[in-house]
Design a binder for this molecule. Structure first.
Ligand code: NAD
Ligand code: LMR
Length: 356
């Protein structure tokens, strides 16, 4: 390898983020991979998961380690990060995995990342709303976003921590305060609502869920989750009873899991699947793939609210375009008004948390 070559610069960059420093043997292996990439092999993205030892974090780390678009995977948590990292790092896939434990290592975990996925925070127990998590999770998200400001202000951020309807505005305010806010790079993850909607609709239609695409707009809590059943692909129609059943089941999918887990947390495995699918879409967008469209809770002008979930086109800078809602039927228009009322309150609560 030529000193000063792209491959050796890449290694230097990777090494500067690794914690603890890599051993000589690991370095040789990294050099080989970087040389291969510099000779025309696919280069990858650097991805950090914050909250990587949790119920979502662990399976998400596994799925991201399997993603060929990822070259470096940083796993950060305030507990158990070394164990999860040791375990995941034995998988013979391309991504180099490094673990980071506790606040003093947050900056190393974030330095130079292209994509930061955040499932850090407490989950619901039966009887709780997502908003009941605000008091704990708002502070966690604030701290993590302050780290992003310092170490990777241009990273695309996928925010999973609940209540998403408030944590996304919190993140935006932290970034605005620091002067690093780019609305295109902050995305609330509502993919699980789409995953559930596709599954439940496919059950009703008696078809393969992989062949179904249901846009889900609004937000990520109760009535703010609005499946657009008039826009299902492939085109189909439902009876009023089916519409009522499906809307209710999709809006309460999270609660269904929380109750079934009976105090042991909320959706983790289906969420990791949804988050990995969404992160992959973001990475394909960053790579420059055309036509990558997913639903996400983002800064928006689709309604009068400053944030709203709808279909977005993903590209090299994150959100390239927020797509319009398309024609809604009377039922959906009425539900949209209800969703907007609750969303406005949740968004304001997030904004006030930082501006107070
Ligand atoms: N957006 C969605 O669709 C969706 C779906 C499911 C769950 N969630 C939310 O995701 C969050 C995590 O859920 P879970 O089931 O993985 O919970 P969990 O308790 O199993 O894991 C959370 C992890 O976050 C870590 N953590 C706590 N404070 C941290 C900090 N300051 N920095 C880094 N890590 C920290 C914990 O140590 C833990 O490992 C919850 O808020 C939950 O409500 C969102
Ligand atoms: O329901 C929850 O609290 C977790 C998550 O938001 C979900 O939709 O499963």
């Amino acid at each position: 390898m030529q000193p000063g070559s792209e491959a050796s610069r890449r290694i230097a960059r990777i090494n500067s983020h690794l914690h603890p420093p890599v051993s000589q043997m690991e370095e040789t292996s990294l050099l080989r991979r970087a040389t291969c990439r510099s000779q025309g092999g696919a280069s990858g993205f650097k991805v950090a998961i914050l909250g990587a030892a949790g119920g979502i974090g662990q399976p998400l780390a596994l799925l991201m380690k399997m993603n060929p678009l990822v070259s470096v995977l940083h796993l950060y948590d305030v507990v158990n990060a070394p164990g999860v990292t040791a375990d995941i790092s034995h998988m013979n896939t391309g991504a180099v995995v490094r673990g980071f434990l506790g606040q003093p290592q947050l900056e190393d975990a974030l330095a130079g990342m292209d994509l930061v996925v955040i499932p850090a925070g407490v989950p619901r127990k039966p009887g709780m709303t997502r908003d009941d998590l605000f008091n704990i999770n708002a502070g966690i998200v604030k701290t993590l976003c302050e780290g992003i400001v310092k170490c990777c202000p241009k990273a695309v951020v996928n925010l999973i921590s609940n209540p998403v309807n408030s944590t996304v505005p919190i993140a935006a305010e932290v970034f605005k305060k620091a002067g690093t806010y780019d609305s295109k790079r902050l995305l609330g993850v509502t993919m699980l609502d789409v995953v559930r909607a596709n599954t439940f609709v496919a059950e009703v239609l008696g078809i393969d869920p992989r062949d179904v695409n249901v846009p889900v707009v609004g937000g990520h809590a109760g009535v703010t989750i609005l499946p657009l059943l008039s826009q299902v692909n492939p085109p189909c129609s439902f009876t009023p009873e089916e519409i009522s059943y499906l809307t209710d089941r999709i809006q309460n999918g999270g609660t269904e899991v929380v109750e079934a887990k009976a105090g042991a947390g909320s959706a983790t495995l289906s969420m990791a699947y949804a988050a990995a699918k969404f992160a992959d879409a973001c990475l394909r967008g960053l790579r420059g793939d055309a036509g990558v469209v997913e639903c996400s809770f983002v800064a928006s002008q689709v309604t009068e609210l400053p944030f709203f979930a709808s279909k977005v086109r993903l590209g090299r800078c994150g959100v390239e375009e927020v797509l319009p809602l398309g024609p809604l039927n009377e039922f959906e228009r009425a539900r949209l008004e209800k969703a907007k009322k609750e969303l406005a309150v949740s968004i304001q609560k997030g904004v006030s948390f930082i501006r107070k």
